[in-house]
Design a protein around this ligand. Sequence first.
Ligand SMILES: [Zn+2]
Length: 351
Amino acid sequence: MNYVVKKGDTVSLVAYHHQIRPFDLMLLNPSIRFEYDYLPVGKNLLLPKQARFIKNISLDNDLLCEYGANQLEQDRLRLEELGIKASVIGFSVLGQPLYAWVIGTGKKTCLYSGGWHANEWHTSKFLSRFMMSYVEKQQAKEQWYGFDLTELFKRVQLHVIPMVNPDGIELVLQGLYEGHPYEHQVKDINQGITRFNHWSANIRGVDLNHQWPAGWAQEAKGSPHQPWPRHYGGPHPLSEPEAMAVYEYTKQIQPDYVLAYHSQGQVIYWGYRGMEPAESEEMVQRLCQASSYTAIRTAESDAGFKDWFIKDTHKPGFTIEVGSGVNPLPPQSFSEIWTNNARMGLVGLTL
Ligand SMILES: [Zn+2]
């Protein structure tokens, strides 16, 4: 059986929709070397004649699925059915909408964000699934890890931007295809390499967490000086529409504190050059207790989103590094990420 790759397909998705294991897809198609390899649009794949492992795959279990803009779109519709509508806070370089959700009506305002780096799509998946469970369980009047969710909804206004970098995430999941609007630019930036596992920037080679007005010039000195798969801070702070959208939104909602999700390391950074408020230390201890992650005061780097937030507002900001291994973490990592972070996400609402 043959299958022609469509836009948006990934190894996990094709396997999932045909009820086969990614492993079997790889066996039949040796050009796919890793489960998280990208599939160029139009590529011909061989599929096993018969789905062999149907019993192991349930349609409700998407643990093994990668997560890109298409999956976020499906989750957006599901959340809308639950009565929670997204707002569009801006557009990516390629014109994809950047979504934010608001859940709860409380006075305390928290902002969770993820999907900053292209090869860190697990954080987007986590945040979407976290929102979904939070809303579903509240509506069913269920408790979650002992938390009274209705009470939390009343006390806290949770803002979530799950995918800051949809263009980059799609590049890592899918690679370049003929007619991609940035085909030549991306090829140049990537020096002709046709894999994108190491790519963390947005589609024009700017690192969205390296371009915030907090020691930007200092950070730029030790980083690439031109568009690059990672760590290039852009021609000036906030040069990219994705970073600007988050900047404007954060200014508008004035959160009491922020959690920014990245992978990997299973650590939580909580300081920035001694500018963080005193309460940050106690808060990070609570996050660590809920997750078994390790607190680290500072990464000795500048120009990140939480660095800017701490510097500008003198309020607490945290960078949560989920998972461990090499990015992009394999789909299986999601089970550890979910276990450690669902509870931490709730504790994060009560700091
Ligand atoms: Zn990151």
